[in-house]
Design a protein. Structure first.
Length: 175
């Protein structure tokens, strides 16, 4: 295989897998343990969640937990009311089934007030692509509702054709 084809083939594979990447994904919250030392607001800002994504909370279960709460309780950290669900296993996989906002806190004393809280906005995924998994710059995203599978193979064929042309050019001129 020529060097240029070796470069193009992974690009094609990546591009062909983009429709899969655009579907549900698992996210380890904070990219590490669920704890008091992580800026979860910044982490959430750097991700675009779609319905079907899964948040994975990993923590020492004797030290933390995960409560899904209302927005008011997220802000007040007062769990006397507004608790929707509690998770305590130390490895909680929570699917974001709906396009809406979700709020999570740790209910151990002082942890929520100390910043151990997460708010995520979940979109339906049908009309907007992810912000953090952009396609190659030369290839536009398919418009909403179009047959997303229709264009990638053609694009990759043209990539391959381009690579083949370049290879022939190199062989003819330099070998
Ligand atoms: Cu905690």
């Amino acid at each position: 295989m020529s060097p240029s084809l070796q470069l193009v083939a992974p690009s094609c594979l990546l591009f062909l897998s983009l429709p899969l990447l655009l579907r549900a994904a698992d996210y380890t919250v904070g990219d590490g343990p669920w704890d008091t030392g992580t800026n979860y607001a910044a982490w959430a800002d750097n991700h675009a969640f779609v319905a079907g994504d899964v948040l994975v909370f990993q923590y020492v279960k004797s030290q933390h937990n995960v409560f899904e709460v209302t927005e008011g309780t997220y802000r007040s950290c007062d769990t006397a009311a507004g608790v929707l669900k509690g998770y305590t296993t130390g490895f909680d996989r929570i699917e974001l089934t709906e396009a809406r906002s979700y709020w999570f806190i740790c209910d151990y004393p002082g942890h929520c007030v100390g910043g151990m809280k997460l708010a995520v906005n979940v979109s339906d995924g049908g009309s907007a692509g992810r912000g953090d998994a952009g396609p190659p710059p030369s290839v536009p995203m398919p418009p909403p509702g179009s047959a997303a599978a229709a264009s990638p193979p053609g694009s990759c064929r043209s990539w391959a054709a381009w690579a083949l042309t370049l290879s022939v050019f190199v062989v003819v001129n330099y070998m």
